[in-house]
Design a protein around this ligand. Structure first.
Ligand code: ACM
Ligand code: ZN
Length: 759
């Protein structure tokens, strides 16, 4: 923030170069190579004519005509010859001093001209021109009283990388055609050019294959832990529609058909291509499925070849993604046919069997003239000769592959996984985990230092990966994708030396407005700090921050804050119970979700002195599958035992997989008087008779309903209610029942177990 102010100050007293000032004023993302702002402007009116030098530019021209017409009701007339004034001109000229995909944009009072060597270059020039127009040009409907003014500029531009990608998993959660088009529109706006479409998974097969109709009839549907059917797939006609829509925007769609693992949906439909023969159910929990394609059966390869034959017809992309990640080898180890294959082919182990599998698929793809790309596990057991590698488990796979002379797309988790949290997990919607802020994405450099100088050209670019386990709706997917993918667009397009995060944030508001026009549910940092219920005994100081140092506005009278409400400046101190309602505001005036923080003045809860001091809690349990704690009210017969509440992964009561519910009772001991914050993945957590945490109906991957209570040192009665079920694809058994606490303001949580509990 300080830096931004400094930049603005330096600009205002004229100390910064013209270019830097222009860049921030013009608010173009991604940042062009060279920008020079000139005196004057050009206005698009109903007299403006559109000139195109070449019929190959007609479809680009049509995009501009449609946009201008729908927002201004001016229909730009096409001019056969270069107009003398009042024009937008698209010119292809192979003699200009530009890179193949670059462009020149020159705007002055007579008109706007885009010159490039290729239609693609012209398209990018047009995107820059659109960003120079008022954001309302992106409106989906007529905008009244708008002057369509473009400032006079000279811009020279070209991309840094060839593969400027976004990946989308439509299997864990389905994304309808209309929402895919929204993403493609946004990708085009920021000059992204590769859409990696993850179409098959353990949890769903989403592409129609005519020869194998059961792939979608059976494989596209799963029964969720909540009991309902979830499904969806694209017909081949819809696939063609998306591919064509993308092509009009110079976006290549790369299909991904996962193999040899992540294939349970296909194997549910056709179990004969597994090692065991099934039967299977389409997976309804996240994670990695042990049942994979059998590498010993010839029929598996025929099946996959037939599928590939249909898929390649739908996708003109030179690349074909075969997955290759996370393929457990357990079934292959036990399968006679897989073992026979290992012997017959003289393979060392199952990793070489994976390599054998991938190399056979490579041959099929080469017959179609396709380049194979896969996740970095395809390096295991030897990389196929023509393969390109997508580096996701860090950068190492990419470095190794590039140093071996293979092309690489960088998608390392720390910077490129857009399913990670981008704020405090106590206030953000549940996510898979991790933490990757906008600034971290922006700071990524796709060319790792450890790549030999003469191998650096093998880095094709970077890609944002969007795994949708915890994106239950298309809107939640947008929330995770934007604006982080916009940061990655600049990483991919603009020179490293030119990039500057503060400048990016200044320019981002232009994109915020455009995303509003496209009804994109982008992330706005939330006020962080307090949890929703904050108790205190005397007075309380509440402190807020957000991940981008944006303004926050608040009220204390119960009303929702508005843009002009009090701006949060410094910690607030209260001596009485109050509700603070607070939201973050962008410079555009758009506000985040409002958080309500209940400040409650209370007394310390006195400790109790129970007779027994044995460790652990009393666990009452009952078999059965329950989705809501209320369902337990009618249970009369319970079994009982003592549970030390040791934290375990893959928790199983008595070693059984059966569904059940448990109610734990006893005491928890806290070490001193204080305000304690509790966190729990349990369905309910009661302490001193109060329901402190109620997670009924939530996905209990992490605690989100942390709460506070004032406790005297000593023991306090607790009740923990735990439903061993699957909600939102998360099986409770993966974490087991867990309660954590800390004194308010401390960093580390203590996990309650053993001696901390007694009964
Ligand atoms: C991956 O994230 N499993 C490629
Ligand atoms: Zn097998």
């Amino acid at each position: 923030m300080l830096k931004n102010t400094l930049v603005l100050f330096l600009i205002s007293i004229g100390l910064l170069s013209c270019t830097e000032k222009d860049i921030n004023e013009l608010k173009i993302i991604p940042l062009p190579q060279q920008v020079e702002q000139l005196e004057g402007e050009f206005e698009i009116t109903k007299e403006t004519q559109l000139y195109v030098s070449d019929s190959s530019l007609n479809s680009i021209a049509q995009i501009l005509i449609d946009k201008i017409e729908s927002t201004s009701q001016f229909k730009l007339a096409i001019s056969k010859k270069y107009p003398e004034k009042d024009y937008v001109a698209f010119v292809i000229d192979s003699n200009i001093d530009s890179e193949e995909k670059g462009y020149f944009l020159e705007v002055n009072s007579t008109g706007a001209q885009i010159k490039a060597k290729t239609a693609e270059g012209v398209f990018y020039g047009m995107q820059t021109l659109l960003q120079l127009l008022p954001a309302e040009v992106e409106s989906q409907k007529f905008v009244q009283h708008m002057k369509w003014i473009v400032p006079s500029v000279k811009i020279k531009d070209a991309p840094r990388f060839k593969w400027r990608g976004m990946h989308l998993d439509v299997c864990r959660h389905f994304i309808p055609v209309e929402n895919i088009k929204k993403h493609l529109d946004m990708m085009a706006m920021v000059k992204l050019n590769t859409f990696h479409w993850h179409l098959t998974e353990d949890q769903g097969w989403r592409i129609e294959i005519k020869q194998y109709p059961k792939l979608t009839e059976i494989g596209s549907k799963r029964i969720e832990g909540e009991g309902y059917e979830y499904g969806g797939f694209y017909t081949q006609d819809e696939i063609k529609e998306i591919v064509a829509y993308a092509a009009e925007r110079f976006i290549t769609v790369v299909p991904e058909i996962e193999l040899p693992g992540h294939a349970l949906a296909a194997l549910t439909a056709y179990p004969e291509y597994s090692c065991t023969g099934g039967p299977f159910k389409v997976r309804n929990v996240w994670g990695v499925e042990p049942d994979v394609y059998c590498a010993g059966k010839e029929e598996t390869f025929a099946f996959l070849e037939n599928i590939i034959n249909e898929v390649v017809e739908l996708f003109p992309s030179p690349y074909f993604h075969i997955g290759g990640d996370e393929c457990p080898k357990d079934k292959w180890k036990e399968c006679a046919l897989c073992q026979k294959r290992i012997n017959a082919e003289g393979l060392k182990d199952e990793h070489e069997l994976q390599s054998y599998f991938v190399k056979r698929i490579e041959k099929i793809l080469l017959k179609h003239g396709k380049k194979m790309i896969g996740w970095d596990e395809i390096l295991e057991g030897g990389l196929a000769e023509s393969a390109a590698v997508m580096s996701w488990r860090g950068e190492e796979g990419g470095i190794e592959a590039a140093n071996q002379g293979h092309d690489v797309v960088m998608t390392p988790g720390n910077w490129c996984y857009l399913d990670h949290y981008q704020g405090d997990n106590r206030v953000e919607p549940v996510a898979i985990g991790g933490y990757t802020s906008l600034e971290e994405v922006y700071g990524y450099d796709p060319v790792p230092k450890d790549i030999a100088e003469d191998k650096k050209h093998h880095i094709l670019g970077a890609q944002g990966n969007v795994w949708t386990e915890y994106m239950y709706t298309p809107e939640l997917a947008e929330y995770r994708v934007y604006p982080r993918i916009i940061a990655l667009a600049e990483v991919n397009w603009s020179a490293k030396e030119q990039r500057n995060y503060d400048s990016f944030l200044l320019r981002l508001d232009n994109l915020h407005q455009r995303m509003d026009m496209h009804d994109i549910n982008y992330h706005i940092p939330l006020p962080e700090g307090p949890v929703d219920k904050m108790v205190f005994t005397d007075n309380i100081k509440v402190e807020f921050s957000n991940t981008r140092d944006l303004d926050m506005v608040y009220t204390t009278n119960g009303s929702d804050p508005q843009v002009h409400s009090n701006v949060y400046m410094k910690p607030l101190i209260f001596a009485d119970s109050k509700t603070i309602k607070i939201a973050t505001v962008l410079k555009t005036g758009k506000m985040s979700r409002v958080r309500a923080i209940h400040l409650e003045k209370t007394n310390y809860v006195q400790a109790v002195e129970p007779e027994s001091t044995d460790s652990g809690l009393v666990e009452k349990y009952t078999k059965g599958y329950f989705l809501n704690t209320e369902e337990l009210d009618s249970i009369v017969s319970w079994d009982e035992s003592i549970n030390l509440m040791k934290p375990v992964k893959g928790y199983k009561r008595d070693g059984h997989d059966e569904a059940y519910a448990s109610v734990f009772t006893g005491y928890i001991e806290v070490p001193e008087d204080g305000i304690y914050e509790f966190a729990s993945n349990l369905d309910q957590f009661f302490i001193a008779g109060e329901l402190l945490i109620d997670n009924n109906g939530e996905v209990k991957r992490f605690s989100r309903n942390n709460s506070t209570i004032a406790l005297r040192k000593g023991k306090h009665p607790v009740k923990l209610v735990y439903l061993n079920n699957i909600m939102g694809g998360w099986p409770q058994a993966w974490n087991g029942p867990k309660v954590q606490f800390r004194l308010w303001g401390e960093k580390e949580f203590i996990t309650a177990s053993g001696e901390i509990y007694s009964h």
